[in-house]
Design a binder for this molecule. Structure first.
Ligand code: ZN
Ligand code: ZN
Length: 82
C-alpha cells in the first residue's frame, strides 16, 4: 500500500491557504479539499487492510478478493506471499 506524504509548507503560504487546509481527525494528515479528506477517510484512514489492483482501480479489503479479481479480470496469477 502506498501512502502519499502530505507536505505541509509553512511560512511562504499565506493565512488563506492555511484556512483552506483540512486535517484528518484521526491521523492528522492535511488535505486541501474536503473531497480528498472524505476519500481518505473512506479508503485509507482506519482501514485495517486494503488491497489495490495495480492494473485498474479495483480496491478490496481482503487479499483473496484481489487474487480472485486478478485471475478473473486480468488473467494473472498473483504473487504468492506467505
Ligand atoms: Zn486519516
Ligand atoms: Zn484490476
Amino acid at each position: 500500500m502506498i501512502f502519499c506524504v502530505a507536505t505541509v509548507r509553512r511560512g511562504d503560504t499565506d493565512a488563506l491557504s492555511f484556512l483552506e487546509r483540512i486535517q484528518c481527525p484521526r491521523c492528522w494528515r492535511v488535505y486541501k479539499h474536503k473531497s480528498s479528506l472524505y476519500k481518505h477517510l473512506k479508503w485509507e484512514c482506519g482501514q485495517e487492510s486494503q488491497f489495490r489492483c495495480d492494473l485498474c482501480s479495483y480496491i478490496c479489503k481482503q487479499k483473496g478478493h484481489l487474487q480472485g479479481h486478478m485471475r478473473r479480470k486480468h488473467s494473472l496469477q498473483p504473487l504468492v506471499d506467505q
